[in-house]
Design a protein around this ligand. Structure first.
Ligand code: SAM
Length: 223
């Protein structure tokens, strides 16, 4: 039997269509605007992976800037929706971020919005992202803010493993997703800083920030 941690994405198999409907019918939110603003460098000729691309809302943004775009998501339904919405993107496949089939040093840039926090083991995810990035390649990710996640906890101990329930805004009928609760030190720790240099950090401006983003550069080799 699959461990629960390996199956968080299955919720998107069941609800992907409704998620796409809710997202496409609401205006672009601050988090996506802030994330896109990070692409202040040329993507021309760069190989870019959207890790956890969902139904593919950001694929055209990267392609318009000249990137050769790849997308992965462990949800079969999400990848089916992405292929349906973007038939001109041939490189979309069903794969989780923590174990991909890409050769080492495949990508110049990896981008990931609201997906990485679903990975139960972030160390494994960072190890894999590091493996498939080229030296000096960029990793940009945006995830749920650990403070927001902390307030969803039934037993409010910041440290300690837990799963939380989160209701995605604007979805009708309301959609509650179960996901692992990560702390800041799951993202920023010696293991990660051995492999990546932190270039940018930004967090949501909401009363309780919903998200944070980070831009990291892969170091030549772990120190
Ligand atoms: C909230 S959606 C975001 C999708 C898309 N990036 C967007 O901004 O619309 C979360 C996505 O993360 C995906 N996901 C869940 N677990 C994942 C994992 N281990 N690796 C990569 N993606 C994952 C889900 O299948 C889902 O498509």
């Amino acid at each position: 039997m699959a461990r629960q941690g390996e199956t968080y994405f299955k919720q998107y198999d069941a609800r992907g269509g409704l998620y796409k409907q809710a997202q496409t019918s609401s205006p672009m939110r601050d988090h996506r605007r802030a994330f896109r603003a990070q692409f202040d460098f040329s993507l021309k000729g760069k190989r870019l992976l959207d890790a956890g691309c969902g139904y593919g809302s950001d694929l055209p943004f990267y392609a318009k800037r000249g990137a050769k775009v790849y997308g992965i998501d462990p949800s079969t339904a999400m990848i089916a929706l992405a292929k349906q919405s973007h038939p001109n993107f041939p490189n979309l496949s069903v794969q989780p971020v923590q174990k991909t089939a890409f050769p080492a040093r495949s990508f110049d840039v990896i981008a990931s919005i609201y997906a990485l926090h679903n990975a139960p083991d972030l160390r494994q995810a960072f190890r894999e992202l590091h493996r498939i990035l080229k030296p000096n390649g960029l990793l940009l990710f945006l995830v749920q803010h650990p403070l927001f996640v902390f307030l969803l906890k039934k037993n409010p101990r910041y440290h300690g493993k837990a799963v939380v329930k989160f209701t995605i805004p604007d979805m009708k009928p309301p959609c509650t997703i179960v996901q692992p609760a990560h702390t800041f030190s799951d993202y920023f720790n010696e293991f990660v800083f051995d492999r990546f240099e932190l270039l940018t950090f930004e967090e949501g401006k909401e009363a309780v920030p919903l998200w944070f983003l980070a831009k990291l550069r892969k170091r030549g080799a772990p120190r």
